[in-house]
Design a protein around this ligand. Structure first.
Ligand code: FAD
Length: 321
C-alpha cells in the first residue's frame, strides 16, 4: 500500500499542538510506503515545519497570509483548497478538535467525499485500513473501512501515539501563495479559556470536580492537586450549573470529550452524560462518599470517602514524592 496523505498541523500560541504529531502517526498507517505531506496554515508558520518532519512528515507545505493569523472556516478553506488541488492526496487526516470538527466536514463536502470523524484507533488489517470510532456517546464502538474515494478522517486527541521524534530527518519545505479575500468572518479578539494553562482535550492528567465539591473554594483544592501532577481541572455539568466553575471546564456529552492518561473524578456521581466525555480515559480514579455511585462502575481505582479528606491527603503525599 502506498498513498499520499495530507495532514493539517494545528498551531496554538505559535506552537504546534501535540495532536498534530498524532495526525502524522495516523496518516502513516493510511499511507503505508507512501508520502505524508503536512500543511501548516497561519501568519508565520515556516519555523514550525521542521518539527512536523522530525515527527514523520516527508514534506511540508506552508500557507502564510496575514488573514490567517486566527482560524476562520472561510480563511482555512481558501488556504487549503489550492493545496489539495495541487497535491491531489488520496488521504487526509485532521485532528478532531474544535478546528477540525468545523473544517473537515466543509472540505469533505467540497471534495465530494465521506469523512470518518472522531477516530480513536487506526489499524492495518490485510489490505484494509480499519478505523475505530465511538458511537452512542461512547457506549459502543464501530469499525469502518473506506472502500472508495479519498480517505478523510479526524482523530481524537490523546488516542494515537505520535511516532518517535527523529531530529535527523529532513524534508522539503515549500510555501504556496494564496489569495485570502472576502472573508465572511474576521476575528477581532481571541479570549482563550484554558484551565491552568493546559488544554483539557490534550491534558494527560485531569482532576475533575462535581457537585460534591460544593463551592468555588472547594475547586481550589482540585487546582492544587492538578498543579502537583501537572494536570488540568475539569468539571461535571452539575458543578458548572451550580456556579462552582466555568462552563469551559465541562466534560461530557455536551462538554468536552477527553482521554487523559489519568482522570480523577472527585464528587461526581457518574451520570451517563458525564461518562460520555471521559470513560475512555486510560486510568480512572473515583473519589466519592457514596459506595453505590455509578462512577465506580467505570473506575479502575475507587476511593470511598470524603473528598475534602482525600484530596488534600493525596496532594500532600504527592508533593512529598
Ligand atoms: P451529582 O449527580 O449531584 O453527584 C454528586 C456526587 O458527589 C454524588 O455521587 C455524591 O455522593 C458525591 N459527593 C457529595 N459530597 C461528597 C464529598 N464530600 N466527598 C465525596 N463525594 C461527595 N453532565 C455532565 O457532567 N456533562 C455533560 O456534558 C452533561 N450533558 C448533559 C446533557 C443532557 C441532555 C442532560 C439531560 C444532562 C447532561 N448532564 C451532563 C447532566 C448529568 O445528567 C448529571 O446531572 C450531572 O453529570 C451530575 O453532576 P454531578 O455528578 O457533579 O452531580
Amino acid at each position: 500500500m502506498s498513498k499520499k496523505v495530507l495532514v493539517l498541523g494545528e498551531i496554538s500560541d505559535g506552537s504546534l499542538r501535540n495532536v498534530s504529531f498524532e495526525t502524522i502517526a495516523a496518516a502513516k498507517t493510511i499511507a503505508g510506503d507512501g508520502e505524508i505531506v503536512a500543511v501548516l496554515v497561519g501568519e508565520a508558520v515556516e519555523s514550525l515545519a521542521k518539527e512536523m518532519i522530525h515527527y514523520g512528515a516527508d514534506r511540508v507545505v506552508t500557507v502564510e497570509h496575514e488573514n490567517l493569523e486566527n482560524y476562520t472556516s472561510d480563511g482555512y478553506t481558501q488556504a487549503l483548497t489550492p493545496v489539495i488541488d495541487t497535491e491531489q492526496p488520496e488521504g487526509l487526516v485532521f485532528a478532531h478538535t474544535a478546528l477540525g470538527k468545523d473544517l473537515a466536514p466543509r472540505l469533505a463536502s467540497k471534495l465530494d467525499t465521506g469523512l470518518v470523524s472522531d477516530v480513536t484507533e487506526i489499524d492495518q488489517q490485510g489490505d484494509d485500513v480499519v478505523f475505530t470510532r465511538p458511537i452512542y456517546s461512547g457506549k459502543a464502538f464501530e469499525k469502518k473501512v473506506i472502500t472508495d474515494g479519498v480517505t478523510f478522517a479526524t482523530i481524537r486527541p490523546n488516542n494515537i501515539d505520535p511516532l518517535e521524534k527523529d531530529e535527523t530527518r529532513s524534508g522539503e519545505v515549500a510555501s504556496i501563495d494564496v489569495e485570502i479575500a472576502d472573508l465572511r468572518t474576521t476575528i477581532k479578539e481571541l479570549i482563550r479559556n484554558t484551565t491552568d494553562g493546559v488544554d483539557l482535550s490534550e491534558a494527560k492528567v485531569i482532576i475533575a470536580g462535581g457537585r460534591g465539591v460544593k463551592s468555588e473554594e472547594g475547586f481550589a483544592q482540585l487546582h492544587e492537586l492538578a498543579d502537583v501532577l501537572g494536570g488540568a481541572v475539569g468539571a461535571s455539568r452539575g458543578a458548572c450549573d451550580a456556579g462552582y466553575c466555568d462552563y469551559a471546564l465541562q466534560i461530557g456529552q455536551t462538554g468536552k470529550v477527553v482521554t487523559p492518561d489519568l482522570y480523577v473524578a472527585c464528587g461526581i456521581s457518574g451520570a451517563i452524560q458525564h461518562l460520555a466525555g471521559m470513560s475512555n480515559s486510560k486510568t480512572i480514579v473515583a473519589i466519592n462518599k457514596d459506595p453505590e455511585a455509578n462512577i465506580f462502575n467505570v473506575a479502575d481505582y475507587g476511593i470511598v470517602g470524603d473528598l475534602f479528606d482525600v484530596v488534600p491527603l493525596l496532594t500532600e503525599e504527592l508533593k512529598a514524592l
